[in-house]
Unconditional design. Structure first.
Length: 338
């Protein structure tokens, strides 16, 4: 079983979730007795804080709007051994949490992702969101040479060393992308557990905008590629500029070879400028790649300075959690980010 001193903290970001927050808090406490639930009221104008406090949660305020700001604040302030992140809209099944915690401990892993399964004819997983999520999964997997099934899922379990080594730069819904890329870039041990995903109750509305937040996520991926894979980012730009330089410059060189004259000076200057810029950006990419390696080594050492999730010698099947939810799902896919 888990040690009695093991601290499990659930972080529940909320903005105007008075209809659902009490249900989420009660379900978490029922699924994992002894869990400490922190509800972060993010600029709510309804009774979210009151309903959460009545349900037994610790309520804190985050006045900077955006889920990313909530996660950044919570990761910095909360001290625990195992962290749970779940939305306050009651779309995720809290009953899967014991299985996710068992998976984290039995690995041990640093990150367990709840992969949403659409099991309903009517679901809050809108077609636009599903298509965008699939696209981002494939794009991020290709860019960072690792695979993830549901990178935009808001239901995750983390080890302490994941949380305390995570920089948390994002402000809004891009935070899930940043969490995924952090796991990929440091090649942290991670697992995936399928979870049920249900509709919001009547009167509860989604705060996620398919296109607006989709473009934000795309912009974040671009920034993270530039930051985490500068050789790829600047290498692509260098190749494009060099190709344009040759496209414009080769006819000028050929003409000079044939006649000894350079009648098109503007084209020749443009070609030379493009090639010079290509060499400059290529050098920037190589320099930043060296800095990235040094920064990643530093991040890795900081990560290794924190203790891993520990479990006593007894089998993890003896975890002191509701047994009816502890069975390992056959569909659980464990993956190490390569």
């Amino acid at each position: 079983m888990l040690e009695d001193t093991t601290r499990i903290a659930a972080i529940v970001p909320c903005h105007n979730e008075e209809i659902t927050v009490a249900t989420v808090v009660n379900d978490l406490k029922k699924a994992v007795p002894g869990i400490t639930v922190y509800v972060y009221d993010n600029c709510s104008t309804d009774l979210t804080s009151q309903r959460a406090a009545e349900a037994g949660a610790i309520v804190r305020k985050e006045n900077s709007p955006g889920k990313g700001n909530v996660v950044r604040r919570a990761f910095a302030d909360i001290e625990a051994d195992i962290y749970v992140m779940i939305d306050g809209d009651d779309t995720y099944e809290a009953s899967h949490l014991p299985e996710m915690i068992e998976t984290l401990v039995s690995g041990p892993y640093d990150h367990v992702l709840g992969v949403r399964q659409d099991n309903q004819e009517s679901t809050s997983y809108r077609p636009g969101h599903e298509a965008g999520n699939m696209m981002f999964n494939r794009l991020t997997g290709w860019l960072f040479q690792s695979q993830v099934t549901d990178m935009l899922s808001g239901y995750r379990v983390f080890s302490r060393r994941f949380v305390k080594s995570f920089p948390a730069i994002s402000k809004r819904f891009e935070i899930e992308t940043e969490l995924t890329v952090h796991m990929m870039s440091l090649r942290l041990p991670s697992a995936e557990v399928p979870i049920d995903f249900r509709d919001r109750p009547d009167g509860s509305e989604s705060k996620l905008s398919t296109f607006k937040d989709g473009f934000r996520i795309l912009g974040l991926i671009s920034a993270l590629v530039r930051h985490e894979r500068p050789r790829l980012f600047y290498g692509v730009i260098t190749t494009i500029l060099a190709a344009l330089s040759l496209l414009f410059g080769l006819p000028v060189v050929w003409e000079y070879w044939q006649t000894g004259l350079v009648p098109r000076f503007p084209t020749a200057i443009l070609a030379a400028a493009l090639m010079g810029l290509a060499f400059l950006l290529g050098s920037v990419g190589l320099t930043l790649d060296g800095l990235r390696r040094a920064r990643r080594e530093t991040s890795r050492l900081a990560y290794l300075g924190l203790p891993a999730v520990s479990v006593p010698e007894a089998s993890t099947s003896e975890l002191d959690l509701p047994r009816q939810t502890l069975r390992q799902s056959p569909a659980t896919r464990t993956s190490l980010a390569s």
